[in-house]
Ligand binder design. Structure first.
Ligand SMILES: *Cc1c(COP(=O)(O)O)cnc(C)c1O
Length: 393
């Protein structure tokens, strides 16, 4: 896949993390661990503030490590601008606070990362921002939900935990001139570039694949310059900024992103196919398998691979899941995803705990549902581990 400039995505990643040339020529970018930056004088101050000269003043407003990571994401996504914040939720908060005022309206997918939904509901209850939740797989419902005050539409590229792939071009036409924000955390720019399909904003929890080593909290937002600038202003005002070291680590992680995404996609496909034939497994949710309800959309949207996230239903409900987790020796139960290690999670007890059992059932999330975040281990080791644990169930 070719971004808008002359380097391919793999090359941009491999050389990433640089904000400026450095006279001593280190082979890796430095960490600008500094609160502020000295300024030549009032003239230069005014020029930096007006954006006429590149430069930095105070790390809450911007720092070379923030800038380096955001600039790489902007290039990888083909975006005019990007901003990075202290977490995915920080970036989402900065955007919503920057774009919305009381009385405005948002159309959002019914299945969203739990905290994103909670944030929208919080803005609704406290600040009078209105939200309509719709089925991500039904574009006509998005059109029907539009109001004159609709300012933003939000969808995830692959939903959690049933891994339904959104048809982004269909949603872009459905919401007409309203900007569509795509949470592409599960896909990353190596598998999907939402802006190429007409979305105006793309969001990532960089705590996940972009960093990919389970040791960073970071968020990033890229897209139309005018919208990203609004988010950036809120970042500096509310203090949602990240710190230089987290950005430096994420830039380091980003260098291997294409390799990692290729690997997790191929391993996840193998495991999904194997699990689908297992008698202890009622159903597998992975967009790469033919039986998945959004497989056709996945073929269209994700030609380079379907990512590393899958879920499966074990026969026997919560008790069977408890036995399965106990029998897993090398795969930890961890409430995150996209680590280098493979991890399992239990949506009913973690991400979707705030729902009632009836609500979960309506979403198709049963008590036997296990989510697997496939990592970089030898696929044969993972298969053996899962099969022996399923045998113990
Ligand atoms: C983790 C996650 C977020 C939130 O990001 P944080 O970095 O944890 O704040 C948002 N969307 C999705 C899909 C996520 O997985």
């Amino acid at each position: 896949m070719q971004p808008a400039d002359d380097l391919s995505l793999e090359s941009i990643c491999a050389r990433g993390g640089w904000a400026a040339d450095f006279a001593t020529r280190p082979s890796a970018p430095p960490i600008w661990q500094t609160t502020a930056f000295d300024v030549d004088g009032l003239e230069q101050l005014a020029e930096i503030q007006a954006g006429k000269t590149s430069g930095f003043i105070y790390t809450r407003d911007g720092n070379p490590n923030h800038e380096a990571f955001a600039a790489d994401i902007a290039r990888l996504e083909g975006a005019e601008a990007a901003v990075t914040c202290a977490s995915g939720m920080g970036a989402m908060s900065a955007l919503l606070l920057g774009m919305l005022k009381t009385g405005d309206h948002v159309v959002a997918a019914r299945v969203l990362y739990g905290r994103t939904g909670q944030l929208l509901n919080q803005l609704r209850d406290q600040y009078g921002i209105r939200v309509t939740y719709v089925d991500a797989l039904d574009p006509s419902a998005w059109t029907a939900a539009l109001q004159p005050e609709t300012k933003l539409a939000i969808v995830e590229s692959i939903s959690n935990p049933l891994m339904e792939v959104a048809d982004i071009p269909a949603l872009v036409s459905a919401v007409k001139e309203v900007p569509l924000l795509v949470d592409s955390t599960f896909t990353t720019p190596t598998l999907l570039r939402p802006l190429d399909h007409g979305a105006q904003l793309v969001f990532h929890s960089a705590s996940k694949y972009l960093n990919g080593h389970g040791d960073v909290m970071l968020g990033v937002l890229a897209g139309r310059g005018s919208l990203v600038r609004k988010a950036k202003a809120m970042m500096a005002l509310y203090g949602f900024n990240s710190n230089p070291f987290e950005c430096w680590l994420a830039s380091r992680g980003l260098r291997t992103l294409p390799l990692r995404m290729e690997r997790v996609s191929s391993t996840a496909l193998k495991l999904a196919q194997r699990l689908a034939t297992h008698p202890g497994v009622a159903r597998v949710y992975y967009p790469g398998v033919e039986a998945h309800p959004t497989h056709q959309t996945a073929l269209k949207m994700l030609p380079r691979g379907f990512g590393g996230m899958l879920a499966f239903d074990v026969h026997g409900g919560a008790a069977a899941v408890a036995r399965l987790f106990k029998a897993l020796k090398h795969i930890p139960f961890s409430p995150t995803l996209a680590d280098a290690r493979t991890t399992v999670s239990y949506p009913t007890g973690t991400s979707h705990k705030f729902m009632t059992a009836a609500e979960r059932a309506a979403f198709g999330i049963g008590d036997g549902l296990v989510r697997l975040s496939v990592g970089l281990e030898d696929p044969a080791d993972l298969e053996r581990e899962l099969l022996q644990a399923l045998a113990a169930v």
